[in-house]
Ligand binder design. Sequence first.
Ligand code: SF4
Length: 288
Amino acid sequence: MKIHLSQSAGFCDGVKRAYEMINTLDMENVRKPIYILGSLVHNPEVVKKIEEKGILKITLEELVAAKEGDVGTLIITAHGIGPDVFAIAKKKNIKVIDTTCPKVIKVQRLAQVFYQRGYSVILVGDKKHSEVNGIYEWGGGKAQIVSDRAELANLKISSDAKIAVLSQTTQDEDFFNEVASFVKSQAPQAEVLSTICHATHDRQAEIKKLAGEFEAVVVIGSPISANSTRLFEISKTLNPKTFFVENASEIKLADFANIESIAVMAGASTPDWIIQDVMDLLFSSFEL
Ligand code: SF4
């Protein structure tokens, strides 16, 4: 059996940075209680480790309802957030630790600048994802979000308007290009900026290659992780023997009967220890 671990598997630079920022917090001297708005990354094991440090989860509704002193410190996750949260924190005298990935900040600023310059922003991304909500809010809450082909079919474009097309950093490149081509065909003057980050680009390029070269593919990630789910979907389209697992306990060895080669990929929110468990299981279960 040939078992190959993808070069780009696991935490991306943005997630590593955010995780480091939290792990190196001087907990004695941080204003308490400490809350994190949402999940640092979409991975339950990482979330649990953060909770064990004494950092509690808070929702936007709870933050809005909190009185001064209820929240000492607020951690913003790598996915970023809209400008209103910073204003709320300031008003309630909450200290903010902002772990937003610099690549997400870049998209937020682009959305803001295009909005301020009178552009209609088209944002290609998952409507339910916190990164997309944050970018949307930096864009004045006016962007048209395109999440899928049904929404692309309903997209209203004015041929003489100032239009800018941006993407969620973890967006599927093929879908982004499809939206960009359609917008350009309707409004050739549109500004198209692919803001898909390099970590996502490299992973998507690699999974396409691995899906073609290996008989089976294992994608490790949480079903609530947008980038992991996307990697799974891309691979599954090219290679039906693609399996999506959250951790080693979900591996079914029978799936690999009569298979000679397996590639392992992991989303940007999957920690090293989960990848290691999966590799250990595969290496110990098959003759190499
Ligand atoms: S996937 Fe890209 S944009 Fe998102 S946190 Fe990682 S490096 Fe940053």
